[in-house]
Design a protein around this ligand. Sequence first.
Ligand SMILES: [Zn+2]
Ligand SMILES: [Zn+2]
Length: 346
Amino acid sequence: MTWLVQARLINEPFGDPGLFVDFLFGRRALMFDLGDLAPLSPRELGRVSHVFVSHAHMDHFAGFDRLLRLCLHRPGPLHLAGPVGFADRVAAKLAAYTWNLMDAGSTDFVLVVDEFDGRIVRRCRFAAREAFARREAARPDLPAGCLLAEDQFVIEGTVLDHGTPCLGFALQERRQVNVRKDALGALALPVGPWLNAAKAAMRRGDPDATMFEVEPGRAVSLAMLAETALRVAPGQRIAYLVDLADTAENVARAVRLAEGAHRLFIEAAFAEADAAIAAARRHLTAGRAGEIARRAGARRVVPFHFSPRYLDRPELLVAEVEAAFGKGGADAVSAAGSPGCRGRGR
Ligand SMILES: [Zn+2]
Ligand SMILES: [Zn+2]
């Protein structure tokens, strides 16, 4: 199975949290969170089209300046999304600089900033040609829980409580549809534009009775094609959960978002023995992170965002995630780059 994207943590588990989501085809990438971006090259950052920011604590947002600096002279939009109030944060960042040399002759670079509160509730645009003056813009028409919908994937979000609203994200690839050429031949189905339309309908999950005219006077149903000429495979799901207090509501939302994830990247900030500190800081313990992964039916879990108090014993956090996750043990838990767990990640 070739997935549409590959995701990797930007920093080691004690560094700033963030996920770089790289597309295998085409020069494009996405990011979840915007902390320390030092490990990413200008070339990698240059292909970022969308950044989804969980919340504006510094470790999740301090990388904004570097990304802006690199994208400033790139034509086209850079999309950012964050919780309610996020457009004010971006405006405040932009207000820190002098833009007197930006005018109508500047590169047509635009920041498009969405605020998400269960659905997108506000969109603002900041254009380089207007020295980044804020403009309210029409909100995209997306269903609840959706931050971005494209032909090949969607980005889903949920609002979590971290003492401040904090967003969790999931990338869901749409169903992959492949054509069985042998079946086309056996049924004497001619190749033509109808085939792309049928593949798109299958990806969207259109009704079985949907008909396609394969040649004049001959139509076939989507159900018939699904049984014969088209092979469908589920797309990859990648979930990203950071900075959530250990409350019943948060855990329920986190489990829903991570349901069936092929890979779940989840904070495991504190050990069970320090649960009181985790509660005061509104973070998860490693055990609760493992439990969320288990209840969500995640295939693999990648714990990260470790508190520096465990710098000399990161294996403790990984072991607690494993114990609560229960399934597959070390094979299914990877903490790439963590000194105690090197070699476990795949
Ligand atoms: Zn935070
Ligand atoms: Zn954090």
